[in-house]
Design a protein around this ligand. Structure first.
Ligand code: NAD
Ligand code: TYD
Length: 359
């Protein structure tokens, strides 16, 4: 097996363990790696929770450079089994990822996001991997007022059970670097959008509601701001960090595409030719962070990362993808999704039940 030279980047034939690779960003990342680095081998460890879907990677099923292993990152036996295949680098995407679900059930977040990360770190340490990349989020920094940006030195001030669990994981990752010398990086990215995003998150949820002429549930006054980045640009950043990031460093990744939720929703309605009357203001999310915005100068300066996909192009492509992949989202919205939807939106809309069924 060839070794990593952090000055030069990875050599060919590296075995990369991607966790959570059946989810939204992980599946886009695996496709990205096998397209851009066809000499590499990807092992995908995923527990296939409600958010994990092997359909996202159907086109890679027969690739000799790709292997799926079903397993839980919080289970040391599952993790040991994967490491037995030989692993040079780890990119940890596996997590419970939805803030609203963390408010309903924080425990699952601590288990997968905190304990799971520690189990992986331990296995990575034993295996002496060349690099461990923890895929984190801007949400660990808490919330901003109208001005300013998060930098890598902004203190962690997580406000939701989701972001607290991600911040806990970040600290464990840091500790494995400081204590055991594990070569690692943490990436903290802003809100992603793009193909294969599970339709519980703002953009796909609103596209699908609008297509069915159903109400679009906007929390509070709709003026919370998020910094949107296309998933391909996130994948590019994570990959640069894996191969060339300076060990021990944190890198912010963000798009400088700040929009209020209402702006996003109105743009989706306009693109689909649907009326703004579909917007329904509903009870606000508990502890709802007001604004996120990233300063990503460090990754640009050190690694040359630049977002490639402008928001207006990216959102159109994404809407088209959901239009062309109705079967994909109709399938993922069956079963457990209906129960979640009723629990999440049933009580907060007052007069009208929004309804998860979409024909
Ligand atoms: P997702 O919910 O779409 O996918 C998560 C994947 O992890 C699923 O395939 C799921 O089956 C798997 N998983 C969950 N718990 C697991 C466990 N215990 N063991 C193995 N697999 C498990 O999430 P996503 O949006 O693709 O996010 C991926 C990562 O990126 C997460 O760590 C998230 O915190 C981070 N992130 C997401 C965003 C965003 O906007 N979506 C932004 C910044 C960072
Ligand atoms: P989300 O996609 O859940 O990402 P995050 O909370 O991690 O930023 O939500 C993005 C924004 O959209 C956030 O401010 C909450 C808001 N939102 C709504 O107004 N209605 C919804 O139904 C959802 C899911 C989110």
């Amino acid at each position: 097996m060839k070794r990593l030279d952090v000055r030069e980047g990875w050599d060919a034939n590296m075995r990369i363990l991607v966790t959570g690779g059946a989810g939204f960003i992980g599946s886009n990342y695996i496709r990205y790696v096998l397209r851009e680095h066809p000499e590499d081998v990807v092992l995908n460890l995923d527990a296939l929770t409600y958010a994990g879907n092997l359909e996202n990677l159907q086109d890679l099923e027969h690739s000799t450079h790709y292997r799926f292993i079903k397993g839980d990152i919080a289970n040391p036996e599952d993790v040991a089994e994967v490491f037995a295949h030989g692993v040079d680098g780890v990119v940890n995407f596996a997590a419970e990822s939805h803030v609203d679900r963390s408010i309903l059930n924080p425990e699952a977040f601590v288990r997968s996001n905190v304990l799971g990360t520690q189990v992986l770190l331990e296995a990575a340490r034993q295996a002496k991997v060349e690099k461990f990349v923890q895929v984190s989020t801007d949400e660990v920094y808490g919330t901003l007022g109208e001005q300013g940006y998060f930098t890598e030195t902004t203190p962690l001030a997580a406000n939701s059970p989701y972001s607290a669990s991600k911040a806990g994981a970040d600290l464990l990752v840091r500790a494995y670097g400081q204590t055991y010398g594990l070569p690692l990086n943490i990436t903290r990215c802003s809100n992603n959008y793009g193909p294969y995003q599970f339709p519980e998150k703002l953009i796909p949820l609103m596209i699908i509601q609008a297509l069915a002429d159903k109400p679009l549930p906007v929390y509070g006054d709709g003026l919370n701001v998020r910094d949107w980045l296309h998933v391909e640009d996130h994948c590019l950043g994570v990959d640069m960090v894996l191969r060339r990031g300076r060990p021990g460093e944190v890198y912010n990744i963000g798009g400088h595409h700040e929009h209020t939720n209402l702006e996003i929703v109105n743009q989706i309605l306009a693109e689909l030719g649907k009326p703004r009357t579909l917007v329904q203001f509903v009870q606000d999310r508990l502890g709802h962070d007001r604004r996120y915005a990233m300063n990503a100068d460090k990754i640009t300066r050190e690694l040359g990362w630049q977002p490639q996909i402008g928001f207006h192009v990216g959102i159109r492509q994404t809407i088209r993808w959901y239009l062309e992949h109705r079967e994909w989202w109709q399938r993922v919205r069956s079963g457990e999704y209906q129960a979640y939807f009723a629990q999440q939106y049933g009580n907060r809309t007052g007069s009208r039940m929004i309804g998860g069924e979409t024909k």
